[in-house]
Design a protein around this ligand. Structure first.
Ligand code: NAP
Length: 271
């Protein structure tokens, strides 16, 4: 029978432990979220983080800046939060307007407050498998999801489709750090179906609604869908869930799979 990798259920289960940890701190930890502009998707993600964070006992401060903000001004605001002892974590929601350099902005966050784990210092630690690294939230969330369902990772053949830093590349590295044999595919990959079908665990993060049909998968495979797409106001993943779920052994749904795991992982990164 098909196993649904239920991210909401796992998040709720892990939330209990996190809530207890926060309660023991004796003061509320604080996350600061910067948003530049008002991209609708980003606003939705920020809202989800704020609601969840406050539910588990965090203070979440949301700072929205105009699209015209200059780099030095944003960096100065980040520095104020770096220096503020009441702040445990800082996020600058991506994407940024083209006028701002995402690497310079992310690197302005002090490494110990880098909740997303995307600053150069953290990324380097993560890529050399330094255990003190803050693991980027989506990658961490996927590993936690598979661990919860006791899906073995070491020695397995994992194919990741997508190579952005925030998703595919980080996810691939997280599996490598757990001793999987990893193949990374992208838009120039030849014979994509062969690569996806040969995996024990297939993770897709391309941002194309229902792109992966049942001819991309094989019986018994574990499929993790990272994609978040919209078709006529309905959220769906990169996988054609209805048909693929008839073939594979386990699959994460969208919504309710990787999304909730990303959010909880972000807060775990600050504890
Ligand atoms: P992105 O920066 O646009 O990257 C997309 C990747 O997919 C690129 O590496 C691209 O290859 C590859 N790709 C595109 N078309 C392809 C094709 N036909 N065949 C093979 N590879 C193809 O997007 P992203 O930021 O990584 O996000 C990907 C998706 O994940 C989006 O839907 C996003 O919303 C979602 N997401 C979800 C979460 C979550 O928490 N659930 C977190 C992050 C992202 P090239 O490199 O060759 O261009």
């Amino acid at each position: 029978m098909i196993k649904i990798l239920d991210g909401k259920k796992v998040r709720d289960s892990l939330s209990e432990k996190l809530r207890e940890k926060i309660a023991k701190l004796g003061k509320k930890p604080k996350l600061v979220i910067f948003q530049v502009g008002n991209d609708e998707r980003s606003s939705t993600y920020i809202k989800q983080k704020k609601i969840f964070g406050e539910k588990i006992g965090f203070d979440v401060e949301y700072i929205q800046l105009d699209n015209t903000v200059v780099e030095s001004e944003l960096i100065s605001k980040i520095n104020q939060k770096n220096a503020d002892e009441s702040v445990s974590g800082i996020i600058v929601q991506m994407p940024l307007p083209e006028s701002l350099n995402p690497v310079r902005i992310t690197d302005a966050i002090s490494p110990e407050k880098d909740a997303d784990g995307l600053s150069s210092v953290n990324i380097k630690k993560f890529f050399v498998n330094d255990k003190s690294a803050i693991v980027p939230a989506t990658a961490k969330g996927i590993i936690s999801l598979l661990d919860f369902y006791k899906i073995k990772i070491a020695g397995k053949k994992v194919t990741v489709v997508g190579r952005s830093l925030i998703a595919g590349r980080s996810i691939a590295n997280a599996f490598l750090n757990r001793d999987a044999t990893v193949t990374v595919c992208h838009s120039k990959t030849k014979n994509l179906k062969e690569e996806t079908k040969s995996a024990d665990i297939l993770v897709v993060a391309v941002g194309k609604a229902k792109f992966f049909k049942k001819d991309f998968v094989k019986k018994g495979q574990v499929v993790v869908d990272v994609g978040i797409n919209k078709i006529k106001d309905k959220i769906c993943g990169d996988v054609d869930f209805k048909n693929v779920s008839k073939v594979v052994g386990a699959i994460s749904p969208v919504p309710g799979g990787v999304g909730p795991m990303t959010v909880i992982s972000l807060f775990e990164n600050m504890m």
